[in-house]
Design a protein around this ligand. Structure first.
Ligand SMILES: *[C@@H]1O[C@H](CO)[C@@H](O)[C@H](O)[C@H]1NC(C)=O
Ligand SMILES: *[C@@H]1O[C@H](CO)[C@@H](O)[C@H](O)[C@H]1NC(C)=O
Length: 159
């Protein structure tokens, strides 16, 4: 009786061991295969460096589909120092960009870095309306192929 009982216990131990071992081998392989198939997204990222739009910087950047715009900004800064930025992090709100391309927000004159998501490449002769401002912060914007983003150092009129 005791021997049989041991035998059953041993059997279930072996079964659990087998399943755990199988799991450890299968899961990493699956994840690796998944990563390899991850689609990439190429987006356009432009800076308008003053309210009057006389200076701009633009680049196309490729990253995995669904990367946050905050991470894209970090990548852009590493590729081109003109895209270097500084942010403050607020709990629950994420990163707030207060300095970009050497230009810091100007609280006295109400000039802030405002991010727009556009449907066409930005055109200084036809600036976007506030309808194109992104409703969420840079941590909550997730890129998709062919997206067009614009950060504009812009006068903001508070009503
Ligand atoms: C980005 O790609 C678009 C479309 O291919 C092209 O028209 C544009 O000139 C590129 N911009 C830069 C800064 O390379
Ligand atoms: C990219 O991600 C978005 C969701 O963020 C999804 O709707 C879209 O289908 C994805 N594109 C590709 C090519 O997988």
């Amino acid at each position: 009786m005791q021997v049989l009982c041991m035998h059953v216990k041993m059997k279930s131990f072996l079964l659990i061991f087998f399943v755990v071992t199988l799991f450890q081998f299968v899961v990493p392989t699956y994840t690796a295969a998944d990563k390899a198939e991850e689609p990439s997204a190429t987006i356009s990222y432009t800076l308008w460096l003053n309210p009057d739009i006389t200076k701009q910087e633009s680049l196309n950047i490729t990253a995995p589909n669904g990367t946050s715009f905050y991470e894209v900004m970090q990548l852009a800064a590493s590729l081109n120092p003109n895209f270097a930025f500084q942010a403050r992090e607020y709990p629950g709100m994420g990163h707030y960009i207060f300095k970009l391309a050497g230009q810091e927000e100007d609280l006295v004159n109400n000039i802030y870095w405002m991010i727009f998501k556009l449907t066409d490449l930005p055109d200084p002769t036809n600036p976007p309306s506030d309808d194109f401002l992104t409703p969420v912060g840079v941590d909550s914007i997730f890129i998709n192929d062919k997206d067009i983003y614009l950060f504009w150092y812009k006068y903001v009129i508070f009503e």
